[in-house]
Design a protein around this ligand. Structure first.
Ligand code: GLY
Length: 355
């Protein structure tokens, strides 16, 4: 694959003084095209809550940034946003009313990754995950250890619980029943125990972002406050390399949002990358991951009356050629891409249509 000469690009960009012309410059630079799209053309993908994140990601990439710098900076906007109750500051708390965050990053060119889970009091877990990758010999640090690690690197602790999130948690707590996360002994056939998702909006939230930069390098990050009102210490898929995200610089990058437990049992992101390696398009690979989640579920409490997986999970993928795709178990999902010109909202493929 031809590499963009970054110095040449930056010089050209400086001469014109605007990132909006960058895409034109790329083509003017004589990049070859293929039937799959122009080689070397940057792309970024995210979950539907990532509009501002993608704008920042692409702005940085068009200025020559590495894909990892760009995706982390992009999701930091969402982590900082009190109005996104699924990520970072303002995320819905665990059952004790404490916000606990999971995040992971993966850098294609260096083939390294870092992650934190059940991190309290630090609103940008993706930044801490990056430090785990760059400043420790580990890949995943959790709980109190992750907080100590963050403090050692100068992160300031703050209360992440906004009044809005606290009030939502209080309402849930005041209405607890036998249908919470503490399951009594039960069999695979039981259908009448489980969580009150619909009534109390116990969303899984999360933002995933993958990007291909102008040097043809891939990176990704996933960051979340996880399942609302979860059991303290519960870790979902977002902080787990291979499950909530994965990238291989020779192939592509993938990630997920939605019910993390289903993804943890299937390690879907690494599977999506492997399916792309075998020739599947990003969309086909994401659909295969949805199929596997559905087919492997053996617990009736997680299935509807037709035996279909009741919950939703979405997968997002891009490949090295800049192709993208997304799929969810249930219809109605959307994802975002930025192709260097603008953010576009697209419909996810799906396994089952909502009635
Ligand atoms: N996918 C986010 C979570 O389950 O925590």
């Amino acid at each position: 694959m031809p590499k963009i000469n970054r110095r040449h690009f930056l010089k050209a960009a400086a001469l014109t003084g605007a990132s909006a012309v960058s895409t034109r410059l790329l083509h003017a630079d004589g990049l070859r095209s293929s039937s799959k799209g122009p080689i070397g053309k940057p792309i970024a993908i995210s979950s539907s809550n990532g509009t501002r994140a993608l704008e920042r990601v692409m702005e940085m990439i068009l200025q020559g940034s590495d894909s990892l710098d760009a995706v982390i900076s992009g999701v930091n906007i969402v982590e900082d946003d009190p109005n996104d109750t699924s990520v970072g500051y303002g995320g819905l708390p665990n059952e004790d009313g404490v916000v606990e965050l999971d995040a992971a990053v993966m850098h294609g060119p260096s083939y390294r990754a870092g992650a934190v889970a059940a991190l309290r009091n630090i609103k940008n877990p993706s930044k801490v995950a990056r430090l785990v990758m760059e400043r420790s010999d580990h890949v995943l640090i959790v709980g109190e250890g992750a907080l100590k690690f963050a403090r050692a690197h100068g992160f300031k602790e703050e209360n992440l619980l906004t009044d809005e999130s606290r009030e939502a948690w209080l309402q849930w707590k005041e209405n607890l029943s036998n249908q919470d996360d503490w399951l009594p002994p039960h069999s695979l056939e039981d259908t009448d125990i489980g969580q009150l998702y619909q009534k109390y909006l116990r969303h899984y939230g999360t933002i995933h972002c993958s990007a291909l930069d102008m040097n043809g390098n891939l990176s990704c990050t996933t960051t979340t406050s996880g399942l609302a009102y979860k059991i303290s210490g519960r870790v979902g898929d977002s902080g787990i390399i291979g499950a909530g995200l994965y990238c291989d610089n020779e192939v592509g990058s993938a990630g997920s949002t939605g019910r993390g437990e289903a993804n943890l049992l299937n390690c879907s992101s690494v599977m999506i990358v492997e399916w792309m390696r075998q020739g599947k398009s990003p969309e086909e690979a994401c659909l295969l991951a949805c199929k596997r989640v559905n087919e492997r579920c053996r617990e009736k409490r997680l299935q509807d009356e037709e035996g279909r997986f009741k919950f939703d999970i979405k997968f997002y993928a891009i490949n090295k050629r800049g192709e993208h795709g997304s799929a969810s178990i249930w219809s109605g999902g959307q994802y975002l891409i930025h192709d260097g010109t603008q953010v576009q909202t697209l419909d996810c493929s799906y396994l089952f249509k909502h009635k």
